[in-house]
Ligand binder design. Structure first.
Ligand code: HEM
Length: 408
C-alpha cells in the first residue's frame, strides 16, 4: 500500500485547528484523498474515511461489520495491553451496537418501540420539567460554577436513569466506572475492573427487574423470556452509557461553542424558534461521537479505492460533517443552517436509537439555559477550558461559567 498516512496521536486525533473543527491533518486528508490508507500505531494497515459520501456509504453497507467496535464504549486499539483488532471480536451479549444483522436486529427491535418519535413526544413535557428543575438548582448557586457538573451531566443522567429505571442515587457507581472505562489510555486491567463493576451492578438490577418489574424500559426488556440476563445486562450498559455521556458533552461543548460565537448566540436568543435548526447545526458542527470502526468482510469498492477483505476501516463523522462538498462553509457555526442530513447520529442500521430523546434534551437544555441566564458567559479565558480529548466522546471536562442576572 503506497502513501499510507500514520496515525499521529491515536484516534480521535486532537482538534488542533480550534476546539471545534476537525484536526488539520484530517481536513488535509479529506481534500487529498477522502478514502486514505492508514497505518495504526502497531504497524497494521487500514483505511481512514473522511469524505461525507464515503462515510455515509460505509455506515449504510453492512458488509462493513460493526463487530470490531463496541461504539461509544469501544476498547480502542491503543489501550495499553489491548491486542490489535484485526478480526471480528466475539460478540458481547446484548451490546447490539457491535453486532451485525441479524443478531443486531433481534435486540434492537425490542427497543425501537420505547424510543419512537411518538413516545418521545409524550415524554417531552416531563423532560422539560426535569431541565427546568436543574436550571432552578443552577440559578440558586453563586457563580462561577461548573456547567458540566451542575447542568450538562445531571440533565441527561436524570432522564436516562428514569427512563431505564436505574436509581439516580447510584450514579456515582456508574459514572466513575464509565469514566474509567472510557478513558483511552487507562490500563486494560483497570478498564476491565471498571467494566466488571458496572456489569455486576447492572446484572443485579436487571435480575431484580425480571422478578419485580417496574414501569420502565429495562423492566419491559426483562419481560422477554428469550433474552438472557447477560443480554439484558449488555443492553442496559449500552443504553446507560450512550444515553448520558453523549448528550452531556453536547450540552456542555454546545454551550461553549455558542459562547464563542456571540452573534449566533444572539440570533438564537432573539428567536427561540430557531432552536430546532440550531440543535441540528450544533450536532453537525461538534460531532462529539466522532470516530467509529468497521471491518471489511469482503473486498469493497469505496471512493475509487478497493478496501481489501479484513481491513479495519476508521470513519470520522466530524470530518464528514465538515465536508465542503456537502455543507457550505462547514467550519462556521450557523444556527440558521438547515443541517439535516448530517451524520452526527450515524447512518444505516446502527443509526442512533436515542436520537429523538437527545434532540428533546438539547432543545430543552439550550432553550432553557439561554432564557434563564441572559448574561451567561465563560468564567475563564476560552484557552483555559479543559477539553476532553482522552475519551472517545469529545467534549469538555469542566465549563466554568458566570452570570449577573437570571430570569424565568
Ligand atoms: C448509536 C451518536 C445520544 C443510544 C449511535 C451512533 C452514533 C450516536 C454516531 C452510531 C454508532 C455506530 O454506527 O456504530 C449519539 C449522539 C448523541 C446520542 C451524538 C447525543 C447528542 C444517545 C442517547 C441514547 C443513545 C440519548 C439513549 C438511549 C444509542 C444506541 C446506539 C446508538 C443504543 C446503538 C444503536 C444500534 O447499534 O442499533 N449514537 N448518540 N444515543 N446510540 Fe446514540
Amino acid at each position: 500500500m503506497s502513501q499510507t498516512v500514520p496515525v499521529p496521536h491515536g484516534l480521535p486525533m486532537e482538534r488542533d485547528a480550534s476546539p471545534f473543527d476537525p484536526p488539520r491533518q484530517v481536513t488535509r486528508l479529506r481534500e487529498a484523498r477522502p478514502v486514505s490508507p492508514l497505518v495504526f500505531p502497531d504497524g497494521h494497515e487500514g483505511w481512514l474515511v473522511t469524505g461525507y459520501d464515503a462515510v455515509r456509504q460505509v455506515m449504510a453497507d453492512t458488509r462493513f461489520s460493526s463487530r470490531l467496535d463496541i461504539g461509544v464504549v469501544h476498547v480502542p486499539y491503543e489501550t495499553p495491553g489491548m491486542p490489535v483488532q484485526t478480526e471480528p471480536s466475539p460478540q458481547i451479549p446484548g451490546m447490539f451496537i457491535a453486532m451485525d444483522p441479524p443478531d443486531h436486529g433481534r435486540l434492537r427491535k425490542r427497543l425501537t418501540g420505547a424510543f419512537t418519535v411518538k413516545r418521545m413526544k409524550m415524554l417531552e413535557e416531563h423532560i422539560n420539567e426535569i431541565t427546568e428543575r436543574q436550571l432552578d438548582h443552577l440559578a440558586r448557586l453563586t457563580p462561577p460554577v461548573d456547567l458540566v457538573a451542575e447542568f450538562a451531566l445531571p440533565v441527561p443522567s436524570l432522564v436516562i436513569c428514569e427512563l431505564l429505571g436505574v436509581p439516580y442515587a447510584d450514579r456515582e457507581t456508574f459514572q466513575v466506572n464509565s469514566a474509567k472505562f472510557m478513558v483511552r489510555d487507562q490500563r486494560l486491567d483497570e478498564k476491565m475492573a471498571a467494566y466488571g463493576a458496572l456489569t455486576g451492578y447492572l446484572a443485579d438490577l436487571v435480575t431484580r427487574k425480571r422478578a419485580e418489574p417496574g414501569d420502565d424500559i429495562l423492566s419491559d426488556l426483562a419481560s422477554h423470556d428469550d433474552l438472557t440476563v447477560e443480554e439484558l445486562t449488555g443492553a442496559a450498559f449500552l443504553l446507560l452509557l450512550a444515553g448520558h455521556e453523549t448528550t452531556a458533552n453536547m450540552l456542555a461543548l454546545g454551550a461553549f461553542a455558542l459562547l464563542e460565537n456571540p452573534e449566533q448566540l444572539a440570533a438564537l436568543r432573539a428567536d427561540p424558534d430557531l432552536v430546532r435548526d440550531a440543535v441540528e447545526e450544533i450536532l453537525r458542527y461538534l460531532s462529539v461521537a466522532d470516530v467509529f470502526l468497521r471491518y471489511a468482510t469482503e473486498d469493497i469498492e469505496l471512493g475509487g479505492e478497493t478496501i481489501g477483505k479484513g481491513s479495519t476501516v476508521v470513519v470520522s463523522l466530524l470530518a464528514a460533517n465538515h465536508d465542503p462538498q456537502r455543507f457550505d462553509d462547514p467550519d462556521t457555526l450557523d444556527v440558521h443552517r438547515k443541517a439535516r442530513g448530517h451524520l452526527a447520529f450515524g447512518h444505516g442500521v446502527h443509526q442512533c436509537l436515542g436520537q429523538q430523546l437527545a434532540r428533546i434534551e438539547m432543545r430543552a437544555g439550550f432553550d432553557g439555559l439561554l432564557r434563564r441566564f441572559p448574561t451567561l458567559k465563560l468564567a475563564v479565558p476560552a484557552g483555559e477550558v479543559k477539553l476532553r480529548t482522552d475519551m472517545n466522546i469529545y467534549g469538555v471536562h469542566e465549563l466554568p461559567v458566570t452570570w449577573t442576572d437570571t430570569a424565568r
